[in-house]
Design a protein around this ligand. Structure first.
Ligand SMILES: Cc1cc2nc3c(=O)[nH]c(=O)nc-3n(C[C@H](O)[C@H](O)[C@H](O)COP(=O)(O)O)c2cc1C
Length: 191
């Protein structure tokens, strides 16, 4: 069994032709090569959760009516830290991610989350600012160190991601800080 901290890298976008998977696999490769985390990629499109259909709010307890919630709970409970790979949609973040967050509560508590955001005009920064109050309500610790990807400068004519040196440096800085904070939060979380 791995003794490394487990990092779930969650791809938020679900639409056909999305840029998300290329960005998530770029980041996941760096995380596997350069961090001490046990890295897992979670694609919300593949997870395919319905809109929240649990009769009770997750904060009421850990008794779920549906198998898809139990599976999502187990995947999330197993993680010590998260990176959300998220695009900006209409100055917000994707509904798929809000829905996935709302399914659970205690599974997110006392765990750090960092952001790899992307967009056409602001690198997804407004999506990140919009999600911070939500993750704070779930008692997560948002990490300031982030990767901010301006798609106009990083997607070539064939639609392929062309990572810049600044992106690589930002990813390394994010992972260092996430590792530091994860160790602290793991220590205070009841086992
Ligand atoms: C519904 C929708 C709304 C968007 N709104 C914004 C926006 O507010 N700001 C921005 O910078 N880009 C915006 N974009 C551009 C996206 O950031 C860009 O298309 C990105 O590739 C979307 O991520 P995805 O391909 O993984 O779905 C929007 C795209 C979509 C589909």
């Amino acid at each position: 069994m791995s003794t490394k901290s487990r990092l779930n890298v969650i791809s938020a976008s679900t639409r056909t032709g999305r840029a998300g998977p290329a960005i998530a696999s770029w980041f996941t490769e760096i995380a596997r090569a350069e961090s001490g985390f046990d890295v897992h990629h979670v694609d919300l499109a593949a997870l395919n959760l319905p809109f929240l259909d649990e009769p009770e709010a997750a904060v009421e307890g850990l008794s779920y009516a549906h198998e898809h919630t139990r599976q999502w709970s187990a995947m999330t409970r197993a993680a010590d830290a998260f990176v959300f790979v998220l695009p900006e949609y209409n100055r917000g973040y994707p509904a798929s991610l809000k829905n996935a967050l709302d399914f659970l509560y205690y599974e997110w508590n006392d765990k750090p989350v960092a952001f790899v955001s992307y967009g056409m005009s602001s690198g997804g920064m407004r999506a990140v600012e919009a999600i911070k109050p939500v993750v704070s309500t779930l008692k997560m610790m948002p990490i300031n160190e982030a990767v901010t990807i301006h798609l106009r400068q990083t997607i070539d004519d064939e639609g392929a991601l062309q990572p810049t040196a600044a992106m690589e440096k930002a990813a390394a800085t994010l992972l260092t800080e996430l590792g530091r904070v994860t160790a602290a939060f793991t220590a205070i979380r009841p086992s």
